[in-house]
Design a protein around this ligand. Sequence first.
Ligand code: GRF
Length: 189
Amino acid sequence: MLKKKVAVLISGGGTNLQAIIDAEVKGIIKSAEVDLVISNKEHAFGLKRAEKSGIEHYYFNDENHMLDAIKKHNIDIVVLAGFLKILSKDFIKSFGGPIINIHPSLIPSFCGKGCYGIKVHQEALKYGVKVTGATVHYVNEIPDGGEIIAQKAVYIKDDDTPETLQKRVMEEAEWVLLPQAIEDISKEG
Ligand code: GRF
């Protein structure tokens, strides 16, 4: 069966992108391949990760350029991995295929407009929740509002800081959930 063609959109370090790349190498992702990486930040380290893995990669800060590249590569699935721009309704409609996102909390907690990155973990610790985690969901025009695909829980430790919590949620939840979700969606055909 033909592998699904995946574009990964990033804005920063690209550790989720790296988890996807590594999952392809390990055979966890068998039904898809990353054919394109796009960053809306020119110096995102994730672009270096793409370069190192020989994946075509671009810096675009204009949605139309992103869409052109996605269509030119016949992309089947768009994956937002630490991508910090809210995609427009037009982009979502024009691409027409599945767009998925990884968010570092158990949605509907600690999500929505402006709640991303380290802020999510600061909010979780401030609230005093005992369990947090990560969520993979479909993307629609509402920030973190699309149908939930998968979630994984991470227990909070008494001595957690936002930084130690973020690292554990990435390692134990995000980097596991996102590759598995890509494989599950891709093998559905
Ligand atoms: C991290 O805060 C992660 O939790 C979220 O996006 C941020 C950067 O991720 N998904 P990455 O290292 O660029 O994948």
